[in-house]
Write a protein that binds this ligand. Sequence first.
Ligand SMILES: [Zn+2]
Length: 278
Amino acid sequence: MKYSCNLIRDLLPLYCDRVCSKDSAEAVQEHISTCEECKNIYTEMQQSVSMDRAIYEKQQLASMQEVKKKIKKRNTIFASIGIVAGILFVIIVIRVLLVAGVIIFAVQDGRKDCYTSTNIDDYGVFEEFNGYSKLDIFPKQLSDNMEVYKYSYYYADTFLDPTAQIYLECSYEEDAYSKEIERLEGIQEEYEGRIQPIVYDTDSFSYPAYVTIDADNHCYEYALLIGEGKIAYVFLQFIKEEDIVFPAEYLPKEYEQKETGYSIYLFEYQNGARHGVY
Ligand SMILES: [Zn+2]
């Protein structure tokens, strides 16, 4: 034998790990082909190395699978967060668009039909009026025996309820005044055989008043006898106190403070239904 067994056995671990030189490898191969003992040692060593390698590979595989699992789990969480965030974003966008749309619609609608006039020549032309009234208290037309001090017409067809303010202040010659009082006293509305008359009210105002609507759905309609043959005719619908065009003393004492009101145009039935004749 060229080399001693001890020398070959020293080389065997390197040979098994395939890290020895070509010459060493040839020497080992040559030796174990003839030496049974060294061959047995080599076989055992190789088995142990391959076993170690198998265990190592198995462990590697396991840890790789673990990493893959973790990545997959993380991706699932990210995907879920992404979906939820996406849905929330879409909801927010829709809400913003809806609100913007409603605002634009309301503003445009508010502008759409708005009529104002303080020209007495326009009296009686109540443009597009769509209030909860037939405007019974207002004189049908103006005559020569009356003098007009102020006339104002405002009507806006808004998104929710139309707002309106009509005001006429005038005085009458003696005979004409009595005639006008007679006309006011006779105002009534009829619906299916029922009659609702105008109300003469000396409590709710600072002056005696003929009232057809009092605080009904933010609506007021009355003729105020302000003295010296003068009458102030008022119709209000959703009008704020600061927006009135006439003296505040001509407003009802409890303007916009009453819970329920009265309207000659609305006929209430026992089942709670109300029928309007306007
Ligand atoms: Zn040997």
